[in-house]
Design a protein around this ligand. Structure first.
Ligand code: AKB
Length: 311
């Protein structure tokens, strides 16, 4: 039975996807990899996936048949060194696709709402819409989607992907994105602290709770290929939220929560270039995407878990 390799396993998605894959397919079948030391029990590889030889060697040694390529630089951090973000995001993806082609592996690629830009319709953004992002992160994600399409059609690599919105999780913090405010706000509230939000109160963006994101990744990878009309980049989202709405939801449970705003012009301009809500009907129709958590259920669950962690 061929194994599954997760790159970027220490990150926000990897921290929850690895345990979910291990509980579904068995601990020994899932190889977690990242730069640095292991963070979980089970097979672990120190792996820099910009190094093709190192990637090939891990894949051959573990007989990898499926790669979940999560390693990437996120939107806000990417703007501080666009050249590095381009090199890291593109070189690692090209290596993953090259190795997948050579070793007949399947690939999961996490795209993002960042593939869209100011010229895209911002409300109920269609599955097929103009993609002219104005961030380097978005540029790498559009190029990534196209590269995945190319490897799928030209070389028959089974690549699948989701355009993920902001992800909210109590397990691991996000790593330098524009949607990070939501996790930061919930964590501050759970600690009994106030929060100064770096996006303006009415900035509306799509979000999804991590259990729904993990379920969607697994569901997409298990779907019958014949049903997938947009394999490498499905729009997915579960709630369209502003900082003010999230704060109101928190205050229903923690009335003393204090929020103010200290808008960061860079992250605000990134958020203003992204859609406010996505049309997810293609994901629903093709492979049954059905997120369980809306704003209220997510807030309730996050605050419960964060309170339990504090004890
Ligand atoms: C970010 O904010 O950069 C990410 C994303 C939407 O891709 N969370």
């Amino acid at each position: 039975m061929r194994r599954l390799l997760v790159t970027g396993a220490r990150g926000q998605i990897g921290s929850e996807l690895v345990p979910a894959l291990r509980s579904r397919y068995g601990v020994e079948r899932v190889i977690a990899s990242d730069l640095g030391a292991a963070v979980s029990e089970g097979p672990w590889e120190h792996l820099d996936c910009t190094d093709l030889e190192a990637l090939r060697s891990v894949m051959l040694r573990h007989e990898v048949g499926e790669i979940y390529h999560l390693a990437a630089v996120l939107s806000a951090v990417a703007e501080s060194d666009p050249g590095k973000a381009w090199r890291l995001n593109m070189a690692s993806l090209e290596n993953v696709l090259t190795a997948a082609r050579e070793l007949a592996s399947r690939v999961f690629f996490p795209s993002s709402i960042a593939v869209f830009g100011p010229s895209t319709p911002r409300i109920n953004t269609p599955q097929l819409a103009i993609q002219r992002p104005v961030t380097i992160y978005g540029v790498t994600k559009v190029a990534g989607e196209l590269l995945c399409d190319y490897y799928a059609t030209r070389f028959g690599v089974d690549v699948r992907g989701l355009r993920l919105p902001g992800l909210i999780s109590y397990v691991a913090p996000p790593g330098g994105g524009t949607t990070d405010y939501a996790v930061e706000m919930l964590r501050a509230a759970a600690r009994g602290e106030g929060y100064s939000c770096f996006l303006a109160p009415e900035t509306r963006l799509d979000m999804m709770y991590m259990p729904d994101a993990v379920a969607a990744i697994i569901q997409l990878m298990e779907a019958s290929a014949a049903r997938l009309k947009h394999r490498t980049a499905y729009n997915v989202a579960a709630m369209s939220v502003t900082p003010a709405e999230l704060a109101a939801e928190i205050r229903e449970r923690l009335p003393q929560f204090i929020l103010d705003y200290c808008v960061d012009p860079l992250r605000q301009s990134i958020a203003d270039s992204w859609p406010q809500s996505l049309d997810v009907s293609a994901a629903r129709d093709d492979w049954g995407f059905a997120p369980r958590f809306g704003l209220s259920a997510m807030t309730q669950d996050m605050l419960c878990h964060l309170a339990a962690q504090a004890q």
